[in-house]
Design a protein around this ligand. Structure first.
Ligand code: AMP
Ligand code: MG
Length: 354
């Protein structure tokens, strides 16, 4: 199959119509959102949704997020509640996904057999225009090949899915660069299953009861079931071994300087550190305090690390609170929990559970 990449904005009526016809006829279309690019299918069409799993190589037990044009469109798909509408009023359209009990109209392929469905109302103008034009809810996971970093540009999608889907809508780089915050609700309590650009503090403005699921920061224990099936996969692993250096206990610059000449490695460093390091494979992540930029660049840098074929990548261990929690969660999973601490350093340099 030939894959066409078409530049779009919200006024590209011809191409948006073409994409809508494709979606309504059971085909897949990749499209930009404010978080990452999505690989969309008609959420009411079981066969189209099955083909998402095939194109991505996605495990069939990892459910899809259903994108809707307006928060109240969730009514057709799910059983909503007061807390859903409180969240919708504050964060929709935007980078928040809410898990709700599903209605029968949504096929089990979308929810991987679960009795709940994930709902998101994107604020990216192209995503929103596509939902409006196609007049269907769109089931869409991230548009990467399973196991690769999520795509934040049309090029990333093309690199992974060329030949597998008919159309990629190119709306430029994604605004946030990490996937949406996923939450589940119980009475007046919100549990964060996956951190994103809607932070725990922002959710605390809606209710005093906000919890973070243990799988966000820690490895699942043997036999433990993930509340969000996606959290059990080693999702974002680069081909090289990634090590995160806890610079509260190990001096980052000293540590990587010792290794950068002997090893075939890349270094994800802060912009302020560029002049201190002389490695040919520096991957600057942005200024130390600029968490927004670091978030936006994260997946592109992990892809670049793959492209330069190094054996090892060193990076800072991100902070696990506030805006940085989403980066922490993606990085800790990308490195399979290989964190270098001063203990590990004394034990011969590297430790960790990876
Ligand atoms: P992706 O769109 O590729 O980022 O993947 C969707 C994420 O949403 C995965 O981590 C899923 O596990 C999660 N998800 C989707 N539906 C549900 C659901 N019904 N319950 C819990 N998590 C879900
Ligand atoms: Mg994904």
């Amino acid at each position: 199959m030939e894959t066409r990449v078409a530049k779009v904005d919200k006024n590209s009526l011809n191409i948006l119509n073409e994409a809508s016809v494709l979606l309504n006829s059971g085909a897949l279309v990749a499209f930009p959102t404010e978080t990452v690019y999505g690989l969309g299918a008609n959420a009411f069409d079981a066969e189209a949704c099955r083909s998402i799993f095939l194109a991505k190589g996605r495990p069939s037990d990892n459910p899809l997020i259903v994108h809707v044009e307006k928060p109240q469109d969730a009514e057709k798909i799910a059983y909503t509640c007061e807390l859903y509408y409180k969240l919708a009023e504050r964060f929709m359209p935007g980078p928040l996904t809410v898990i709700l009990p599903k209605r029968d109209i949504i096929p089990p392929e979308v929810t991987a057999g679960l009795d709940t469905v994930a709902i998101r109302c994107p604020r990216n103008e192209v995503a929103n225009a596509l939902l409006k034009t196609s007049k269907i809810p769109i089931a869409a996971p991230s548009a990467n090949a399973s196991g690769r970093p999520s795509p934040t540009s049309a090029k990333h999608v093309f690199d992974d899915l060329n030949g597998k889907i008919p159309l990629i809508l190119d709306g430029g780089e994604c605004e946030f660069g990490v996937e949406s915050t996923v939450v589940t609700l119980k009475d007046d309590k919100i549990t964060i299953l996956r951190p994103g650009s809607v932070t725990p503090n922002m959710l605390l403005e809606i209710t005093g009861k906000v919890e973070i699921a243990s799988a966000v920061k820690e490895e699942l224990k043997a036999g433990e079931t993930a509340l969000s099936p996606g959290m059990k996969y080693k999702h974002y692993a680069p081909r090289a071994n990634l090590y995160l250096i806890d610079d509260s206990s190990v001096d980052f610059i000293k540590y990587v300087k010792l290794r950068q000449n002997e090893e075939n490695c890349a270094i994800m460093c802060y912009d302020e550190e560029i002049s201190l390091l002389h490695n040919k494979n520096l991957l600057p992540v942005g200024k130390k305090q600029d968490i927004k930029k670091q978030t936006k660049k994260l997946f592109d840098l992990l892809r670049q690390a793959d492209d330069i074929s190094v054996d090892t990548v060193y990076a800072h261990l991100p902070s696990d609170d506030g805006e940085s929690l989403a980066i922490y969660n993606r990085m800790i999973r990308a490195c399979a929990h290989r964190v270098i601490t001063s203990d590990a350093d004394q034990n011969g340099g590297r430790n960790g559970k990876g």
